[in-house]
Write a protein that binds this ligand. Structure first.
Ligand SMILES: Nc1ncnc2c1ncn2[C@@H]1O[C@H](COP(=O)(O)OP(=O)(O)OP(=O)(O)O)[C@@H](O)[C@H]1O
Ligand SMILES: [Mg+2]
Length: 230
C-alpha cells in the first residue's frame, strides 16, 4: 500500500529574485512499512521536506498524498486533526518537558487527543515499555541519558499509533552507543510492528538500519537506493 506520494514538490522561502529554493521539484513514493532515510549535505532541504511530509509546513507547489488523502488541499482544521492523531514526529533536541516524568511526557499528548486519563496512562506505559524504558517511567528528563530521553520522545510519538513516524536527525546529540540504542528501537518498531518511518540523518553508518536511502542535493532528489539491512 502506498503511504506517501509526492509529486514535483517545491518549497521556496521568500519570493522573486531572492527566493531560497529549498526544494526544487521532488517526487517519490513511500510504501507502508518502509524505513526510509533521507540524507544530504547541510542545507540540501532535508528538514524542509520532512516538515512538509509531517504537515508542519506547506509546500509552495506540487502534490502530496498520505494514504490516498490529498493533504495539500485539506482544510486546515482537518490537517491539524490528522497531524495530531496520525503523525509522529521526533525532534533532534527531544523537546521533553523537564518538570514532567517520562510517563507524564508521553501521557500529556494522549490527553490532548481526548483520551480518558486512565486510557492515556495505560497507552503511555505501553509505549515506554516498547522503547525499553520499563522501570524508568517515573524519572524526569534530568535523570535520563540522552538516548533514554530520545526514547521517551519516541514513546510519545508512537503512543498515538501514527501512520508514519518522522524523525529529524534523532541521534544528532547522541554518542555512538546511545545512537545505536535509538536506532535499534526504530528498527524494532519497523520490523515488529510494521511502523513506517522516515528519518533524516547525516551519518552514513545509520543507513545500515534502513530499507532505503533518498539523497537530496541542493533541493533536488539525486538518488533513491534500496538497502540490504544489516
Ligand atoms: N524559514 C526559512 N526561511 C528561509 N530560508 C530557509 C528557512 N528554512 C530553511 N531555509 C533554507 O532552505 C535551505 C534548506 O534548509 P533545510 O533546513 O531544509 O536543510 P537541511 O538539509 O535540513 O540542513 P541541515 O543538515 O543543516 O539540517 C537552506 O538554504 C536554508 O537556509
Ligand atoms: Mg535539517
Amino acid at each position: 500500500m502506498k503511504m506517501i506520494i509526492v509529486k514535483d514538490l517545491k518549497r521556496y522561502y521568500g519570493t522573486g529574485e531572492t527566493a531560497v529554493k529549498a526544494l526544487r521539484g521532488v517526487s517519490f513514493e513511500i510504501k507502508k512499512g518502509e524505513f526510509v532515510a533521507i540524507m544530504g549535505a547541510s542545507g540540501s532541504g532535508k528538514t524542509t521536506l520532512l516538515r512538509i511530509l509531517a504537515l508542519l509546513d506547506d509546500a509552495t507547489d506540487g502534490e502530496y498524498t498520505i494514504r490516498g488523502l490529498q493533504v495539500s488541499s485539506l482544510p486546515e482544521a482537518e490537517r491539524s486533526y490528522y497531524r495530531l492523531t496520525q503523525v509522529g514526529y521526533v525532534f533532534q533536541d527531544y523537546a521533553l518537558i523537564n518538570e514532567m516524568s517520562a510517563a507524564e511526557n508521553v501521557y500529556v499528548l494522549s490527553m490532548m487527543e481526548g483520551k480518558s486519563r486512565k486510557e492515556s496512562y495505560k497507552t503511555a506505559l505501553e509505549a515506554l515499555d516498547k522503547v525499553g524504558l520499563k522501570g524508568k517511567h517515573n524519572r524526569v528528563p534530568d535523570e535520563l541519558s540522552g538516548g533514554e530521553k530520545q526514547r521517551v520522545a519516541i514513546a510519545r510519538a508512537i503512543a498515538k499509533k501514527p501512520d508514519i513516524l518522522f524523525a529529524d536527525e534523532p541521534c544528532a546529540n547522541l554518542d555512538t552507543s546511545n545512537s545505536k540504542q535509538v536506532l535499534d528501537v526504530f528498527k524494532e518498531l519497523n520490523e515488529k510492528y510494521g511502523q513506517t518511518i522516515v528519518m533524516v540523518t547525516h551519518e552514513p553508518w545509520h543507513t545500515e538500519y534502513v530499507d532505503r536511502v533518498i539523497t537530496l542535493e541542493d533541493g533536488n532528489l539525486v538518488s533513491d537506493e534500496k538497502k540490504q539491512k544489516g
